[in-house]
Design a protein around this ligand. Structure first.
Ligand code: HEC
Length: 125
């Protein structure tokens, strides 16, 4: 009886720690996930805009690097030394990667209402 309860508690604790391992805690100041080189990102990415602009974005390393290049070309963002830039891009791609399911699946055509603006007549909607 007592041992079963202990086992359950141990199981719950294990699940809890697994969940924590998956989702790093958030920095109360910036909202960044506190893992990896997050402090380098916080030091370099929140001077000009809200950190939310960063944390709501998703991308691969190439996509994050593109955003950085775009800011450097058009928004006065300074060049980083290569080491710092690599750490920033690695962190962002690891903790803010592209998400597969950000959009719902399209509604099947047979569940759609007729399109009132359709210029095609005689077409099954
Ligand atoms: C020198 C100022 C400056 C710094 C530092 C800066 N940004 Fe930006 N960033 C901007 C400006 C300006 C915009 C455009 C803001 C707007 O549209 O309101 C922007 C926009 C963005 C966007 C939105 C892009 C889009 O397509 O909407 C992201 C994501 C972003 N920044 C990420 C970062 C990251 C990551 C860093 C750190 C490497 C960073 N920023 C550092 C100036 C900066």
């Amino acid at each position: 009886m007592g041992s079963r309860r202990t086992l359950l508690l141990a199981g719950a604790a294990l699940l809890g720690s697994l969940a924590l391992a998956e989702e790093p805690a958030l920095d109360p100041y910036s909202g960044f996930k506190m893992a990896g080189d997050w402090e380098i990102v916080r030091a370099n990415c929140i001077a000009c805009h809200s950190p939310k602009l960063v944390t709501q974005q998703r991308g691969t390393e190439a996509q994050w690097l593109n955003i950085i290049r775009w800011m450097q070309a058009t928004q006065n963002l300074a060049q980083f030394d290569p080491e710092t830039e690599r750490k920033i891009v690695t962190y962002l791609a690891e903790y803010y990667p592209p998400e597969k399911d950000r959009r719902r699946a399209p509604i099947p055509p047979d569940l759609m209402p007729p399109n009132p603006y359709s210029t095609v007549t005689n077409q099954a909607q």
